[in-house]
Design a protein around this ligand. Structure first.
Ligand SMILES: [Zn+2]
Length: 377
């Protein structure tokens, strides 16, 4: 049973490897051109004495070919790829070879749930080490899974090539290990923020993984608490901006991680709306669309949990994500309820907990690939 996904993966990896080599050579060449251009036209240390004293008179014909060669390469036309390149990252390939699994758009999809990314050894039940997180990505990649954001799942926006399976990575509680920078003052620009990503933070690992595998898009949903944005208050704004700029989704997890069963309707509006306010102050116009229920607890005041207005700021949660325990059916399936989307906790295999990843569900789909959602043409 295991042979079908793995045998295709090997073939797939070979062709991807060739593409990667070609893409790397191309990009190396392009960057050499850019560097050449910078050195040639922007180096202020170029001694004046080396400039030719016999400049041609104005209007004289000047050979134009060398200047053209020195021009930096044009940016990719696709806006998202242009943004990636501007941030110093590799663009997504324009075309990816179709995966070999037969289409199955009625199959199930894993929504994975992470909390802390750290190797501090504490709280193992809610922690994934950076090394294990990298291994999760490798395992998913090799088996033909590709990431989409939580709201894309809700929309049925299958942003993966035909023959591949979408997977949703979610991160709750905006903990420090999810997004951190190397030591120093807060970055002053998004470019600096990308360059200074802590390589052991979840975002640092995801970005490095994309650089290595350009067809692994920067997709994941971070369900944030506005009162605890990744542990460093003065970096909260640029971190939210960075998530958005890279293509990740920001989702609601209430302002203060409130238990929605035990607070008033008014407090529910504040928990949702104040969090929305914090996010849109950092990223103007950003509307969070998805909510992860704190502790997985169902709200006492459902209407207020779904939509409302706080201090003039409207919010609307179009979907709720639960805690645990199995893959979801896709929208369109009569069993799909956007307000009860199950997730799968990612825990160490040694805990041998049922209903978790990778212990139960990765293995399950290895044995039952016919139950996976696979995108069609
Ligand atoms: Zn939480």
């Amino acid at each position: 049973m295991n042979s079908s996904p793995f045998s295709f993966v090997e073939k797939d990896k070979r062709s991807k490897g060739d593409d990667r080599v070609r893409a790397s050579v191309l990009w190396a060449a392009l960057w050499l051109l850019v560097l050449g251009g910078l050195v040639a036209c922007g180096n202020p240390a170029l001694p004046a004495a080396t400039l030719p004293s016999d400049n041609p008179p104005v209007g004289a014909e000047v050979p134009s070919a060398p200047q053209k060669e020195d021009e930096p390469p044009s940016l990719p036309p696709d806006p998202e790829n242009r943004r990636l390149v501007e941030l110093g990252l590799r663009p997504y390939p324009e075309e990816v070879e179709k995966g070999p699994l037969p289409a199955n758009e009625k199959g199930r999809i894993m929504v994975l749930m992470y909390h802390r990314i750290t190797d501090d050894g504490k709280d193992q039940r809610w922690t994934r080490t950076p090394d294990d997180f990298r291994k999760d990505l490798e395992a998913l990649y090799e088996r033909g899974y590709r990431p989409i954001n939580a709201s894309q799942l809700v929309d049925g926006d299958w942003d993966v090539p035909p023959g591949y399976t979408p997977v949703v990575l979610t991160f709750d509680d905006s903990t420090p290990g999810q997004l951190a920078f190397t030591p120093g003052d807060p970055p002053q620009s998004l470019e600096e923020a990308v360059a200074r990503l802590d390589p052991h933070s979840a975002v640092g690992i995801l970005v490095a993984f994309h650089q290595e595998h350009p067809d692994w898009k920067l997709r994941a949903t971070f369900f944030v608490n506005g009162n605890a944005l990744f542990g460093v208050p003065e970096e909260g704004t640029i971190k939210l901006q960075l998530l958005d700029a890279l293509g990740f989704e920001i989702g609601n997890h209430t302002f203060s991680h409130a238990s929605l069963k035990s607070i008033s309707a008014e407090a529910t509006v504040k928990e949702m709306g104040l969090n929305q306010k914090v996010v849109q102050e950092a990223v103007p116009g950003y509307r969070m669309r998805t909510l992860a229920l704190p502790y997985g607890i169902w709200p006492r005041h459902l209407d207020e949990a779904i939509a409302g207005t706080y201090e003039g700021v409207p919010y609307r949660n179009e979907a709720f994500f639960l805690v645990g325990s199995h893959p979801t059916v896709p929208p369109g399936d009569p069993r799909f309820d956007p307000y009860r989307i199950p997730r799968i906790q990612v825990v160490d295999e040694s805990l041998k907990l049922d209903t978790t990843f990778p212990y139960t569900w990765l293995t399950y789909f290895d044995k039952h690939p016919e139950e996976r959602f696979v995108k069609g043409e």
